[in-house]
Design a binder for this molecule. Structure first.
Ligand SMILES: Nc1nc2c(ncn2[C@@H]2O[C@H](COP(=O)(O)OP(=O)(O)OP(=O)(O)O)[C@@H](O)[C@H]2O)c(=O)[nH]1
Length: 259
């Protein structure tokens, strides 16, 4: 029997990390869903602690997908461009509200000639991260196509979307503000949560991945609670929730588990 090393203390999530922009957030709550908090306290999270959630990272070539993952997982930054051939992945272990939770971060190739191989790994994602370069308008326009391709392999009702603007360090504030306006529109249209990051300086990188981990964990626990209630009474039981705020998925609905 193999024993996993303890989760690093800097991967412990005790509170819900906040969104980057309220206008384009997956939900407006400032704390974890009350059903999730109590399920964790009472150790009713079922198999969530043993699962590995798949996160795919897609977007145009050279927008900075590999650098984003490397900054978070290895705290490194390479200024030389080396194209990803096909796919690559990194594992990250977290502890959320006392429950172990693992993310598998899939770095995919943006180059057209490798896209075909990469797309065979899109299936089964719990979250899709679509990256564009805030200094490159075309890369933002192309995010719609990246999303469409990734959704062909996934169930839009059960996947969380994040739109990430990269290379913020290269964009002077006035220019960045203009780029952000366009990006927020695209994020709202896609029903994605928007973030802007720099892998060179590390700005927002940790905050972003903590938010991804927290929201995927939350949706996994809610799904598990719904499944276990359904098992108990032989029918689908809705999780009672007093909050009317939105929790969007790619289909623009609350995930089945939160309705
Ligand atoms: N200044 C700056 N440069 C960055 C940043 N992120 C990435 N880069 C540079 O952009 C180039 C491409 O980065 P990658 O991470 O390899 O891009 P990619 O999206 O993985 O590219 P593909 O593998 O071809 O899809 C590299 O030269 C990086 O050093 C950033 O935040 N700031």
């Amino acid at each position: 029997m193999s024993v996993l090393a303890p989760v690093r203390r800097d991967r412990v999530v005790a509170e819900l990390p906040q969104c980057f922009r309220k206008e384009a957030a997956l939900h407006a709550r400032t704390a974890f869903h009350p059903s999730v908090t109590s399920a964790c306290q009472e150790q009713r999270t079922g198999t969530v602690g043993f699962k590995i959630s798949k996160i795919i990272v897609v977007g145009d070539l050279s927008v900075g997908k590999t650098c984003l993952i490397n900054r978070f997982c290895k705290d490194t930054f390479d200024k030389n461009y080396k194209a990803t051939i096909g796919v690559d992945f990194e594992m990250e272990r977290f502890e959320v509200l006392g429950v172990p939770f693992s993310l598998q971060l899939w770095d995919t190739a943006g180059q057209e000639r490798f896209k075909c191989i990469a797309s065979t790994y899109y299936r089964g994602a719990q979250a899709i991260v679509i990256v564009f370069d805030v200094n490159n308008v075309a890369s933002l326009e192309h995010t719609r196509q990246w999303l469409a391709d990734a959704l062909k392999e996934n169930d839009p009702a059960n996947v969380l979307l994040f739109l990430v603007g990269s290379k913020k360090d290269l964009s002077p504030p006035a220019r960045y503000s203009l780029a952000e306006k366009d990006a927020l529109k695209v994020a709202q249209e896609m029903r994605a949560e928007y973030w802007a990051v720099s892998s060179l300086t590390g700005e927002n990188v940790r905050e972003f991945f903590f938010r991804v981990a927290a929201l995927t964990f939350e949706s996994s626990v809610l799904a598990e609670l719904e499944r276990s209630s359904a098992r108990k009474i032989g029918d689908v039981v809705r999780i009672s929730s007093n909050d009317s705020d939105v929790y969007l998925t790619a289909q623009g609905k609350k995930p089945k588990c939160c309705r």
